[in-house]
Design a protein around this ligand. Sequence first.
Ligand code: HEM
Length: 481
Amino acid sequence: MARNGWPPGPIRTPRAVLPLALGREPLSYLRRLVRTYGDVAHITAAGEHIVVLSDPRMVRDVLVTHQRNFRKGRGLERARKLLGNGLLTSEGEEHIRQRRLIQPAFHKERVASYATAMTEYAIRVHSRWTDGATLDVAEEMMRLTLGVVARTLFDADIEAQARNVGEALSLVLNSFWTTMLPFADLLEKLPIPLLKKGKEARAQLDAIIYGLIAERRKQPGDRGDLLSMLLLAQDEEQGGRGMSDAQVRDEAMTIFLAGHETTANALSWTWFLLSGAPDVEQSLHDEIDRVLGGRMPTVADLPHLPVVEQVVTEAMRLYPPAWLIGRRAIGEYQVGGYTLPPRTIVLISPYVIHRDARFFAEPDRFMPSRWTPEFRQGLVPFAYVPFGGGTRRCIGESFAWMELALVTATIAQRWRLRLVPGHPVVTQPLVTLRMKHGLRMTAERRPDLPSPDSRSPDLRSPDLRSPGLRRRGASAPPHAE
Ligand code: HEM
């Protein structure tokens, strides 16, 4: 028992087994919980005490100020079976050391060099579409982001590989997400065939990844991909030695999995929201046509595409792919006048906080134009946290922002996507915020623009060497470190 009692919350445990404890509709359950009990709400399930925190200052304290008092928890042990000991699954000092080692692979300049792969894959995916065709856009986005991560990570074309690689990967992904749920240890008690299949698929992927590593070790050097960076990474504290093959494999697998589904979800939600907001879509098209004049977007264009940025920022506000961030307290923890005992699970829901009217007027409305520089500046720190915060903040954040903007611009330049009438769009909050029934949309081809040569000359020559990325600049979405 907490020394001065637990924070308020429902007396009855909703379910015996978590994560079902949050109910069949965890998103609305969490919103109701916070509305009823406030910024510090308590639930219990399967003998665990869970406290949901929804005040941005408390979020900052857990993720940043007092992050040493928290671990990611036991779910990690399950994830380790699939991911090994990569960045996502390490804790404490080991995590900090690994993060330092991997960081160079995500430096701005390096990330900017992946832009071409992002636009090329977007073109590859949309060039298969035909005018008037019905697509599962969620599947298409998954295929797209998988292609991007395979190319940027391994300089490999996954699509060109045997079909079972793709299948293996999606099996691993599915079982991975199951194991990453904050209460994954309880899931182990359930007979989940997916986990077994995931194991087999992992063995296949391992063989491929180790094969690639062995090839690279024979011909060392920088091939411009993430794998090269991992192989080149030196750990000075450990006497300047590089990573072992097993370490490289674990990191590669981690980035492969963490960098794929989240981005695909964010893109799918973006298309869904645009389809219901023709005015917003029109201003997006106008901007893209004016700035790009029909050519492929590059990193240098991004500062000139504020509407694109506003649209993806707002989509991730309404549907943050990482809708729940979980921690387990190591020692006692004081919050909101309560003293939580060690081992309390703390949950932070970006979904709930992003829809709080204290921070966002008309919180359920898709309104990209709210993201003016003044609004960003005035926004309460940690009221917008799609990438988390502190030492565990998403390492792929600038990668993701760039991919979201480039893919949105590339596709919206050529296509208008319309939700198929009657298709149910239902949230499926697993570890990432998926769409339960996919996203059936009709692709309408937009008319071609006049030839690119008639464009103004200053917007022509794309220069990939000058990363115009200003993600952390004045108009970047607000996150505090
Ligand atoms: C829209 C896309 C993305 C979203 C919303 C997202 C969100 C997040 C969040 C919230 C965390 C922190 C989780 C926690 O604190 O428990 C995280 C961690 C992580 N993300 Fe992302 N992510 C995205 C894309 C990516 C990409 C593209 C990559 C890699 C290419 C990536 C790699 C990682 C890794 C390796 C971690 C673990 C970092 C650590 O523990 O130090 N993510 N992500």
